[in-house]
Design a binder for this molecule. Structure first.
Ligand code: CA
Length: 448
């Protein structure tokens, strides 16, 4: 069974101060025996990514012959553990992955180098501003101040549709220039929710989205949010928020365009999408390689549907970056290396060609390497990053417990047993307390 969310799990990592096993990633002299500067890089890689990175490293070493890269790979299951161990024993590799939500934590704990004075700005001009901003931190807020990492990947979460299903039903394909309103979305999804063989059981559904990953788009498009602008007040009890959650729940319980609870238990939404039983499903950049290889139907990408209140689409964008240990002996060379990994055009092209990610470099994203890749409207990812992507709410805060709390007990709401209004009003004070705690923890970490 194909599993989703491996990269999501990695992105969400909060890896500090747990185990204390010496892993030997660290670099005591920082020089090789023949006098070159040695930069260690620990990465979690898939086999095909490893090959691409080895090529990129080779090219980098040709360009900078005084530098040797020590490439340490781990699979995604053990990477976090290894990195945590290295952090707690002060043996972090020179270069490591930092999730866009974890910059504050690594920086506040003096593990992550402020790279601002070492970066060559001219190399960053062709990169997504929003992706770079995810790694800016001024000691108080994320998104402002000095750079602490450079993006490895930028992943917006948009929507995919089953093109074959549309064509069979004679329904016009989604307009790439004009997103559906919520009403239109429900109407089309209703037409595509069917018992195709007349046995009384549904075999085809409009959609079936997971709240953890898809609710954000609906809330934001309706003008709601989890936090106010100061990021200090939880706002899940506002009318805009509650209305969006109501719509989300109505897709199952009122409009019946999703599998029922028991149908979901027998087969999850992602599996149904892969089998061609669903008209609309969520899609991130890291899904594309799987979709292209394994979907038994044609598919397309589209902007998520918009609330009639704002007519503006919204979605979240997460990123993983290359950070540098605050204890590196060679900050200049380490920054040269991550700049190469992040911003090199040839490297970006190779990665795009392998369906690994959306290019970090804008001109590569505009070129045929990406814009002509499958599926046809893959540039919707670019549109999301440039025009309607946002950071996940917990990326603004020191801890995410306040945010996680919202989803921990949400199932009865999704099942139609508790009203969104009742739930949100009950959750707000609980979440607010956890958020207040988060600010206290941040204060305490900074005093150290
Ligand atoms: Ca049937």
């Amino acid at each position: 069974m194909l599993k989703r969310g491996k990269k999501l799990a990695m992105i969400g990592m909060a890896v500090l101060m747990a185990a204390s096993v010496f892993t030997g990633c660290g670099n005591s002299s920082g020089k090789t025996s023949d006098g070159k500067v040695e930069i260690s890089w620990m990465a979690s890689t898939q086999p095909q990514e490893k090959v691409i990175y080895q090529k990129i490293i080779k090219k980098f070493e040709q360009k900078y012959p005084n530098v040797k890269i020590k490439f340490i790979t781990a699979d995604s299951d053990t990477y976090n553990q290894k990195l945590t161990a290295a952090a707690s024993s002060n043996t972090l590799p020179d270069v490591y992955y930092v999730g866009s939500g974890d910059v504050r934590k690594w920086a506040d704990n003096n593990q992550l180098l402020d790279i601002q004075k070492y970066v060559d700005q001219s190399k960053l001009d062709d990169m997504w501003t929003s992706a770079l901003d995810s790694y800016r931190y001024n000691g108080k807020e994320i998104g402002k101040g000095d750079l602490y990492a450079l993006p490895r990947s930028t992943g917006p979460f948009i929507m995919a549709y089953n093109k074959t299903m549309f064509e069979k039903a004679g329904i016009p394909l989604p307009d790439p220039k004009k997103p559906y309103t919520w009403d239109q979305f429900v109407q089309i999804a209703k037409q595509l929710t069917k018992d195709t063989n007349g046995d009384g059981k549904m075999d085809q559904f409009g959609t079936g989205l997971a709240a953890q990953f898809s609710l954000q788009s609906f809330v934001w498009s309706n003008g709601g949010d989890w936090l106010d602008d100061t990021h200090k007040k939880v706002t899940v009890d506002t009318p805009e928020f509650i209305e969006a959650l109501q719509y989300f729940v109505d897709m199952q319980n009122k409009y019946k365009i999703t599998p029922s609870i028991s149908e979901t238990q027998s087969l999850g939404g992602y599996q149904r999408w892969l089998k061609g039983q669903m008209a609309f499903y969520a899609a991130a950049t890291w899904d594309i390689s799987t979709f292209n290889k394994s979907l038994p139907f044609d598919y397309g990408l589209m902007t998520p549907p918009v609330s009639p209140k704002t007519n503006k689409p919204a979605t979240w964008v997460q990123s993983v970056g290359f950070g540098i240990s605050a204890k590196t002996k060679h900050p200049k060379e380490a920054v040269q290396f991550i700049t190469y990994l992040s911003a090199d055009k040839e490297g970006n092209k190779e990665e795009a060609a392998e369906d690994l990610q959306m290019p970090n470099v804008k001109s590569v994203a505009d070129s045929d390497y990406f814009s002509k890749a499958k599926p046809v409207n893959i540039s919707e990812f670019k549109n999301a990053v440039e025009n309607y992507g946002r950071r996940m709410p917990a990326e603004y805060t020191y801890t995410s417990a306040w945010y996680d709390e919202f989803f921990t007990n949400i199932q009865p709401v999704l099942d139609g047993k508790v009203s969104p209004s009742e739930y949100c009003k009950k959750e707000q004070p609980k979440m607010q307390k956890l958020l207040d705690d988060s600010y206290k923890q941040q204060q305490a970490a900074k005093k150290k």
